[in-house]
Design a protein around this ligand. Structure first.
Ligand code: AMP
Length: 400
């Protein structure tokens, strides 16, 4: 997929609107606990600054429900940007109100303005045309570098693109990298190609699994979703997470894998606990011997060894979803072990999904992966084979 490139834009001295994804985690004191999303946007911002642009940055943060709420102000983001860019960042008091409009109008070359949280405007998540038009009216050029929200048809990622022609809009470096990396991995991987899929539910990843099956050589299942498959295979899964309405789907996936010659791996042992708690009594059991009323919260050591063995010859690994309840130390071991051998492997390793990126970061292995996607939902929709609403308007049209 070829996207309109920032490199083909005439940016010299232009006023540029850059939609970023600054939706960063904040602690209770409003400190940014992980600024990866902000740092990922710097390449595009600096490229524009080098061309003497005046820059209007826009992002959402959290879910403020369409009205001003100081809890969700982008002030911490403005401070961090100031440190990272080593220049002043002007923070507007609103999104398309008087203050923002005036500041945007007065903006000079080399200056950076950050609009307040886009979701203070009700129209943002509704892809409201009037809001999109107001945002568009602030700048001469539009750049989308917000991969994490490009699967949403929102005013600042979708509606706004209608107001710029192909010479005045483009994908930023981050968006372009994400789309191309995923495209290359999924459509032209070095083989053998393995997908490790975990997380809570089959339902959230069903489409992605179905789309991946014809493309991969091996699939490794972990996390809560494994139990729907194990139940369908006739095992007692006790009180583990299960989606009974998807048992048939689970069977179809396993049948399809067999038909396509894809090696389909399920946990052979699990860590079970009496309740969903860090302090619960827990033990290792084989997948065949999960006691009634106990729930499986992590993959067991034999599964870790099996997965490591089977991943040995793999050249490309795509990993989406933790192997267990990694937020609790007691059930984080499976995910941590898998993260270590994925990081140590010589394969191209791509980590997608907010939780998986988070866990890899927590154990300090983010530098050892080939690529970590900044977008959870967006990367999943790409894997499902969908065209993202924020990306489609930025594709190079064949007849153009
Ligand atoms: P997802 O959003 O579908 O990627 O799921 C991520 C969540 O799945 C994490 O919060 C994990 O705690 C949770 N999870 C992983 N394994 C299990 C399990 N065996 N039982 C319940 N939840 C799980």
């Amino acid at each position: 997929m070829k996207l309109l490139s920032i490199k083909n834009l005439d940016l010299e001295n232009k006023k540029v609107f850059i939609r970023c994804d600054f939706n960063v985690p904040l602690d209770e004191d409003k400190n940014i606990s992980d600024d990866r999303r902000i740092r990922s946007a710097l390449a595009t911002i600096n490229y524009c600054l080098d061309r003497d642009c005046s820059i209007i940055l826009a992002s959402h943060l959290g879910r403020p429900k369409g009205e001003f709420n100081p809890e969700y102000s982008l002030e911490p983001v403005a401070k961090r940007l100031h440190l990272l860019l080593k220049r002043d960042v002007i923070l507007a008091k609103d999104v398309v109100g008087e203050d923002a409009k005036q500041k945007a109008q007065d903006l000079k070359c080399g200056e950076v303005l950050l609009l307040e949280n886009l979701r203070f405007e009700e129209g943002e998540t509704k892809d409201d045309e009037a809001l999109a038009k107001e945002l568009a009216s602030m700048a001469e050029v539009y750049i989308n570098d917000a991969f994490g929200v490009s699967h949403r048809a929102h005013a600042s990622v979708h509606g706004i693109t209608k107001f710029f022609d192909a010479e005045h809009k483009a994908a930023g470096f981050l968006l372009d990298k994400e789309i191309n990396y995923f495209g290359k991995i999924v459509n032209n991987p070095t083989r053998p190609f393995a997908a490790i899929v975990g997380g809570s539910k089959v339902s959230g990843k069903l489409e992605a699994l179905i789309n991946l099956l014809p493309k991969v050589d091996k699939v490794f299942i972990g996390g809560g979703m494994a139990f729907t498959f194990l139940k369908q295979m006739g095992y007692n899964i006790g009180a583990s997470l299960v989606e009974d309405e998807l048992l048939e789907e689970a069977q179809c996936i396993m049948d399809k894998a067999k038909e396509l010659g894809v090696k389909f791996y399920l946990p052979v042992d699990v860590i079970v606990a009496e309740k969903f708690s860090e302090n619960a009594v827990s033990k290792i059991v084989t997948a065949q011997e999960i006691p009634d009323d106990w729930m499986g919260l992590d993959i067991g050591p034999a599964t870790v060894r099996l997965y490591r063995e089977a991943l040995n010859d793999v050249q490309t690994i795509l990993w989406n979803g933790p192997m267990g309840v990694y937020e609790m130390d007691k059930f984080a071991r499976g995910s941590s072990k898998v993260a270590h051998f994925v990081a140590d492997s010589y394969a191209t390793t791509v980590v997608g999904g907010g939780d998986t990126a988070d866990l890899v970061q927590r154990i300090g292995l983010d530098e050892d992966m080939s690529f970590i996607s900044t977008g959870g939902g967006a990367s999943l929709e790409l894997l499902e084979g969908k065209l993202l609403p924020g990306v489609e308007p930025l594709m190079v049209k064949k007849d153009a």
